[in-house]
Design a protein around this ligand. Structure first.
Ligand code: ADP
Length: 172
């Protein structure tokens, strides 16, 4: 019997996408037939990048991945997954702290929507990388260039300069 087509959803804030997120995407390329990177609106998280900026950055980074697409959504993750026909949620794990939170989220999603979550562990190199830390370090003038893709780094600097959050002595 032919195996069913498997579409997975990788949901997140991606504010902005980091090398850690990209590593999870690369590692899952052969696990599913199609991967949709779903950028959640998450207004309560007060994102630095707009929804369309976050989507555009990801789109730029997946151009050479034919079975990966990016979309934004503004509803419950499980509702969105059902709407696009995704039968699996993909999430990344960095450390044991992630496991605790992600375990709870995955159990809840399974209980309310019957959807399974697949976890992929990031490469050790990005085990401490988070979008929040990157925003914070960059806002204080720290060098985060080896933790995020080049296009994201450029956009992050532009964004922080525009917002006046980038220290004057670190400006080019
Ligand atoms: P959310 O607000 O949904 O947690 P994030 O963009 O912070 O959105 O994270 C999306 C997913 O990517 C989560 O599963 C998170 O654990 C995972 N993730 C974030 N950073 C990394 C990283 N450096 N390595 C692996 N997975 C990561």
């Amino acid at each position: 019997m032919a195996r069913p087509f498997i579409r997975a959803l990788f949901p997140g804030s991606f504010d902005p996408i980091t090398n850690g997120h990209l590593d999870v995407i690369h590692r899952s390329l052969n696990l599913f037939d199609e991967l949709i990177v779903g950028v959640g609106n998450s207004p309560l998280k007060n994102p630095l990048f707009t929804l369309s900026e976050r989507v555009e950055l990801i789109a730029e980074l997946i151009t050479d991945m034919p079975n990966v697409r990016v979309q934004s959504y503004d509803c419950l993750t499980t509702e969105y997954a059902a709407g696009i026909g995704a039968t699996v949620i993909l999430r990344g794990l960095r450390n044991l702290t992630d496991v605790q939170y992600e375990f709870q989220l995955a159990m809840t999603n399974r209980a309310v929507a019957g959807i399974e979550t697949v976890f992929v562990m990031t490469c050790e190199q990005y085990g401490f990388t988070s979008s929040a830390l990157i925003r914070e370090i960059a806002a204080l003038g720290g060098d985060v260039s080896n933790l995020i893709p080049q296009c994201v780094y450029k956009k992050l600097r532009e964004k922080l300069k525009m917002s006046g959050k980038y220290p004057a002595d670190k400006l080019d």
